[in-house]
Design a protein around this ligand. Sequence first.
Ligand SMILES: O=P(O)(O)OC[C@H]1O[C@H](OP(=O)(O)OP(=O)(O)O)[C@H](O)[C@@H]1O
Ligand code: HPA
Ligand SMILES: [Mg+2]
Length: 186
Amino acid sequence: MIASAANSSSEFNNSKLIPLFSAEQIQNRIQEMGAEITRDYAGREPLLVGVLKGACVFISDLMRAIDLPLAVDFMAISSYGSQMRTSGEVRIIKDLDTPVEGRDILVVEDIVDTGLTLSYLLASLHARGARSVKLAALLDKWERRERPVQIDYLGFKIPDAFVVGYGLDYAERYRNLPYIAVLKED
Ligand SMILES: O=P(O)(O)OC[C@H]1O[C@H](OP(=O)(O)OP(=O)(O)O)[C@H](O)[C@@H]1O
Ligand code: HPA
Ligand SMILES: [Mg+2]
């Protein structure tokens, strides 16, 4: 079911999945990103910080495309209600196990949308004394940006549409799709 849905539009519980990036396109782009990160961080040992839950699939593939010694850790972030969200306030619900002071941090995210999550997270890591903080994001939904976020390594720019798959969810579903699709509700 999942594999056959990868290459064509399909019905999935009353929602329509319109494929945007195939598993192969994603893997090819990640290999390119990994090669660029390997070149840029040569001689250093970056700490990759995955933002749960959406980035779990992307970071698994990206770290294996980086040919360097590195460490991996995870954070989980929760947005407050919609009013608080517009103020950019988010809450850390799982912090790093690893001290960041003096480390070269590469935050790994599935998508930058309004930018509220990432602008908060990147500022917080800088404030903790990281030597450098950069961002690798698979998707950039740039038309919806409310806060500027510098994406140092980008997979794909996408239009203003709700996307799922490859870690991205709708109500916790679809994270396990091996490709990325636009979700259209019927
Ligand atoms: O740029 P923004 O508007 O802040 O949106 C981007 C954030 O939203 C999604 O996470 P979500 O809160 O859905 O959590 P999840 O990763 O567990 O799905 C995504 O993974 C980013 O972390
Ligand atoms: O398009 C999206 N899909 C899933 N999660 C998201 N979080 C922000 N934008 C999106
Ligand atoms: Mg989500």
